[in-house]
Design a binder for this molecule. Structure first.
Ligand code: GUN
Ligand code: ZN
Length: 428
């Protein structure tokens, strides 16, 4: 049966980073018609009601109907150690991350955390994530099984590391290739799931392992490839000492065939002009992780600068380096980072980043991340007055952006009124 959701609606007809609020399409009384798991039409509520009298109507009143959020870079295995105190990236990885990731050789533990993680993200209005698993193949199976059971469009890959990681958390170039290939063949394209080739980052992969990942990608060019790039200055220096012949950090990936469209580089704060030019030329994407960058003390990513240069930028929590599961909190941090760089992002740009921006980074903009006919019906409904503090500010709002911004800055999972996945309600 067709479903008709009614409320305020927010969609995009263009790139809001470049066009600002003009790219947005807002209706104060809009409707979204869902048929067979997809959006069949978006328009004015009264028109859609008249045209589809048999559709089952869910009226969300003043709440805002949006595409679900897309979190383009996370580590689901870090769920239970989110908000671990202090230090710089490499200490943080050694002190908290690697000991936790060690536990994922146990499939039961991995399944428990995968389910917990996806329930948390859905409660925060996130309908697609792109995650790193651990080196253990079981951790990939556990995640995809949990995502499949929830009907999600989801992206994941086995994290590959063959050096500078503790015993029990290292693979080899050959085993990383074999395990990744097997997992790719098992999961890629099954239901709404996609495999992502995942070398963790150059410090934990030998050139031989990066080469093996490059070979696997050449054999499976429709997969995405995700890794980290230039997150902290001491990490960049470390890469220089590990790869003395490389032109720069990006080059360590580029020479192994790991730079092309479909590559996702997390963080990418400290790029040289050559790196920026090559990323633009190849159509690779950068993923901004603002709560992580402030939490681990990494630095301020230049979102507007990169967008104006024609580079795709997605937005992400980087759970558990990031300090929140919420893309609302992540948008707030992106705004604050923009302010510190002297380029404040408009609410339309923040919302676009968390939906279409991330979808474009994942090369999935034709499927998810917008309200438009033909898109998959992954939808989040936002209560724009979810706490007394937000409600009293919202009451003064003169337009949709003044109405939305208090929720971006102060909202959390209490603002998520309902979530629909593949045309089915998850909650609300
Ligand atoms: N660089 C390599 N691995 C990681 C990770 O797990 N988190 C963050 N923030 N950066 C990384
Ligand atoms: Zn990361």
């Amino acid at each position: 049966m067709a479903e008709l959701l009614i409320g305020q609606t927010l969609a995009y007809a263009g790139d809001a980073l470049l066009e600002g609020p003009d790219a947005a399409r807002h209706s104060a009384r809009g409707g979204v018609l869902i048929e067979g798991g997809r959006i069949a039409a978006v328009g004015e509520a009264d028109d859609l009601r008249r045209a589809h009298p048999a559709a089952r109507v869910t009226d969300y009143g003043d709440a805002l109907i949006s595409a679900g959020f897309i979190d383009a870079h996370v580590h689901y295995p870090q769920t239970a150690m989110i908000a671990s105190w202090g230090k710089r990236l490499i200490d943080w990885l050694n002190s908290y991350t690697f000991p936790e990731e060690m536990k994922f050789s146990d499939k039961t533990y991995a399944a428990d955390i995968a389910g917990r993680y996806l329930d948390l993200t859905l409660a925060n209005g996130t309908t697609t994530v792109c995650t790193y698993a651990t080196i253990h193949p079981e951790s990939v199976d556990a995640f995809f099984e949990a995502a499949q059971a929830r009907g999600l469009r989801a992206y994941a890959g086995k994290t590959c590391m063959d050096r500078n990681a503790p015993d029990g958390l290292r693979d080899t170039p050959q085993s990383a290739y074999d395990d990744s290939k097997r997992l790719l063949q098992k999961w890629h394209g099954v239901d709404r799931l996609s495999y992502v080739i995942t070398p963790r980052f150059s410090p934990t992969s030998t050139p031989e392992q990066l080469m093996a990942m490059g070979a696997l990608w050449r054999e499976n060019p429709d997969c995405l490839m995700q890794t980290h790039l230039s997150e902290q200055t001491d990490e960049v220096e470390w890469v220089k000492s590990l790869f003395p012949q490389s032109r720069d950090y990006l080059d360590t990936y580029e020479v192994q065939g790991l730079l092309q469209e479909g590559a996702l580089f997390g963080h990418a704060i400290y790029l040289t002009d050559r790196e920026v030019a090559r990323i633009r030329e190849t159509g690779a994407a950068l993923v901004h992780c603002p709560t992580s960058n402030t939490f681990i003390g990494s630095g301020l990513f230049p979102t507007m600068d990169m967008a104006r240069k024609g580079i795709r930028v997605g937005l992400a929590t980087d759970t558990g380096g990031g300090s929140s599961f919420s893309m609302l909190r992540t948008m707030a941090a992106a705004y604050e980072v923009g302010q510190l760089r002297g380029t404040p992002l408009h609410p339309s740009q923040l919302w676009w980043l968390a939906t279409q921006g991330s979808a474009r980074a994942l090369r999935a903009e034709g499927r998810i991340g917008n309200l438009a006919a033909g898109m998959e019906a992954d939808i989040t409904v936002i209560n724009l007055a979810s706490t007394p503090a937000i409600a009293q500010r919202n009451a003064r709002a003169k337009d949709i952006w003044e109405s939305l911004f208090p929720t971006i800055m102060m909202g959390d999972d209490r603002a998520i009124k309902a979530v629909w996945v593949g045309g089915r309600p998850v909650s609300g």
